[in-house]
Design a protein around this ligand. Structure first.
Ligand code: HMG
Ligand code: NDP
Length: 423
C-alpha cells in the first residue's frame, strides 16, 4: 500500500528518483527497488529458470500512479514494452479517484483440473459411479498436498461431466481446488495425476489427459468504478464512452481490440509480478465468450442516474504470490513488495482494477480526440531513436513530430537531418 499514490510530477523525476519516491511512499527501504536497475536476472539465474538459456531480454518496468483500491492508495508496477500504457492507467486512475477509485471483490481462489477418461461404454452410469466415490477421491487428492490443506486450502468440489464427441463420449472429472496464494497449476496437476487411475477404474475406462483448465471461471476478481462525467470531459463524452463500449459488446471485431486494451494493463502487472501471462490471457479470452457462444466485451460501461459513467470488469485471475517465478525472480519480489498485497486474491483484484483503468483511458481517448495524439506523442521517442537520434537530439525530434502530427520513419529521418544541418 502507498501512503499517497497521487504523485503529481512523478513523471518529471529521473529513474533513480522515481524508485526512491515509490519506495518511500510504500514504506520500503530506500534501495528496495534498486534491483530494477538491471532487471535482476543474470544468465546464471536464467539458466536455472528455462532450458537452453542463452541470455535475458529487458522489458521496462513503470509505476502507475493515482490508484485507490477499496479506499487504500497503491502504486502499481507494470512491465510493458508499449508506450502510453502506464500513462493511460495513471490517467484513468486519476479520473476514478474523484469518486473514490476502484471497488474490488473476488471469489475464493479455486482452480480446476480435468481428468479425461476414454473408452467408457456406459458414460452416464460411469459419471455416477465416480461421484459415489467422491470422499475417497477428494482424500486421495488432498494427500498429495498437505501444505495446501494445512494453509486452509484443498479440494472443495468434485464434479463429473460427459462430453460427447464424434465417435465416443468422454467422462471428464473436475477437481476444484482452493489453491490459497498459489497460481495453482502444479498443485492441481499433481492431484489430477494421482486420482486419475482410480477415476478410470470406477468409470471402467482409460485415463488420458490430466491437466488444469485455464478457463479459471471459479476464480474471479471484479472491479467497479464511478467516473465523474465532468472529469471525463462532460456529459457528451460520458455518453460517447457508453456508445464506444456498446460496439464492443455487440461486435466481436471491436471486442477483440477493446479486450486487448484491458489486457494492456492486466498483463503488465502479471509480468511485473512474475506470474504466468499466458494463463491470464487464456482465462480472460475464454471468459469473453458469453452463454450463447459469442465473443464479447469483458467490461461494461453504463450511465448512472446522475449521468456519470459506471464501469465494471470481471476476470478470472489465476495468479499467485508463491510458486512459479514469483519468489525466484528478484524483480517480481520487489514488484510485489511495492504493491503491498498479502494474498493472491488481493493481487488478482488489483490486476482487474488496472485492466479497468486501462480500458477507461483507451475508450475515453477513442471517444474524444482519437488514440494517436496521446499514444503517438509518447511512442515518438521510439521513432526518434529508430531514426538514429542521439540522446541529446531525441526531445527536439519528438517535439517536431508531435507539432507536425506526422510519425512516419521517413519524416523522422528528415527532421533529424534538418536538425543536424542547422548546427
Ligand atoms: C496518453 C494520455 C494519458 C495523455 O493524456 P493527457 O490528457 O495529454 O495527459 P495529461 O498531461 O493531461 O496528464 C493526465 C494524467 O495522465 C498521466 N500521464 C500523462 N502523460 C504521462 C506521462 N508522459 N508519463 C506519466 N504519466 C502521464 C498522469 O497521471 C497525468 O496526471 P498527473 O499525475 O501528471 O497529474 C491519454 O491520451 C490516454 O490515456 N490515452 C490512451 C492511451 C492508451 O490507451 N494507450 C494504450 C496503447 S493503444 C492500444 O493498444 C489499445 C487500444 C487503444 O487499441 C484499445 C482500444 O481500442 O480500446
Ligand atoms: N496450463 C497452465 O497454465 C500451466 C501452468 N504451469 C505453471 O505452474 C506454475 C504455478 O503452479 P503452482 O502450483 O502455483 O506452483 P508451485 O507448485 O510452485 O506452488 C504451489 C505450492 O506452494 C506451496 N505453498 C506454500 N505456501 C503456499 C500458500 N500460501 N498458498 C498456496 N500454496 C502454498 C504448496 O505446497 P508445497 O509446499 O507442498 O509445494 C503449493 O502446492 C506457473 O509457473 C505456471 O506457469 C504449469 C503447468 C500448466
Amino acid at each position: 500500500m502507498a501512503g499517497n499514490s497521487r504523485l503529481s510530477g512523478f513523471r518529471n523525476l529521473d529513474v533513480v528518483e522515481r524508485r526512491r519516491t515509490a519506495a518511500r511512499e510504500c514504506g520500503l527501504e530506500p534501495d528496495a527497488l534498486d534491483v530494477l536497475e538491471t532487471g535482476g536476472l543474470d544468465s546464471e539465474i536464467a539458466d536455472r529458470m528455462i532450458e537452453n538459456a542463452v541470455g535475458v531480454i529487458g522489458v521496462p518496468v513503470g509505476v502507475a500512479t493515482n490508484f485507490t483500491v477499496n479506499g487504500r492508495d497503491v502504486l502499481v508496477p507494470m512491465a510493458t514494452e508499449e508506450p502510453s500504457v502506464v500513462a493511460a492507467a495513471s490517467n484513468a486512475a486519476r479520473i476514478a479517484r474523484v469518486r473514490g477509485g476502484f471497488t474490488t471483490t473476488s471469489t475464493t481462489p479455486v482452480m480446476q483440473a480435468q481428468v479425461q477418461i476414454v473408452d467408457v461404454t456406459d458414460p452416464e452410469a460411469a459419471r455416477l459411479r465416480v461421484l459415489e466415490a467422491r470422499e475417497e477421491i477428494i482424500e486421495l487428492a488432498e494427500r498429495q498436498d498437505p501444505t495446501l490443506v494445512r494453509l486452509g486450502g484443498g479440494v472443495v468440489d468434485l464434479t463429473v461431466r460427459t462430453v460427447p464427441t464424434g465417435d465416443q463420449t468422454y467422462v471428464v472429472a473436475h477437481l476444484a481446488v482452493d489453491v490459497r496464494d498459489a497460481m495453482g497449476a502444479n498443485a492441481v496437476n499433481t492431484m489430477a495425476e494421482a486420482v486419475a487411475p482410480r477415476i478410470a477404474e470406477l468409470a471402467q475406462g482409460r485415463p488420458l489427459l490430466r491437466i488444469l483448465t485455464n478457463r479459471a471461471d471459479r476464480r474471479i476478481s471484479r472491479a467497479r468504478a464511478v467516473l465523474d462525467a465532468e472529469a471525463l470531459g462532460g456529459p457528451e463524452v460520458a455518453r460517447d464512452i457508453v456508445h464506444g463500449y456498446r460496439l464492443a459488446a455487440a461486435d466481436p471485431y471491436r471486442a477483440a481490440t477493446h479486450n486487448k486494451g484491458i489486457m494492456n494493463g492486466v498483463s503488465a502487472v502479471v509480468l511485473a509480478t512474475g506470474n504466468d501471462t499466458r494463463a491470464m490471457e487464456a482465462g480472460a479470452h475464454a471468459h469473453a465468450v458469453d452463454a450463447s457462444g459469442r465473443y464479447t466485451s469483458l467490461s461494461t460501461f453504463e450511465l448512472d442516474a446522475a449521468g456519470d459513467v459506471v464501469a465494471t470488469l470481471e476476470l478470472p485471475t489465476p495468479v499467485g504470490l508463491v510458486g512459479g517465478a514469483t519468489r525466484t525472480h528478484p524483480v517480481a519480489r520487489a514488484a510485489l513488495a511495492l504493491t503491498g498485497v498479502t494474498t493472491a486474491r488481493e493481487l488478482g483484484e488489483l490486476m482487474v482494477a488496472v485492466g479497468l483503468a486501462q480500458n477507461i483511458a483507451a475508450v475515453r481517448a477513442l471517444a474524444t480526440e482519437g488514440i494517436q495524439r496521446g499514444h503517438m506523442s509518447l511512442h515518438a521517442r521510439n521513432i526518434a531513436v529508430a531514426a538514429g537520434a542521439e540522446p541529446e537530439e531525441i526531445s527536439q525530434v519528438v517535439a517536431a513530430l508531435v507539432a507536425d502530427r506526422s510519425f512516419g520513419a521517413d519524416h523522422a529521418e528528415a527532421v533529424l537531418a534538418r536538425l543536424r544541418d542547422r548546427r
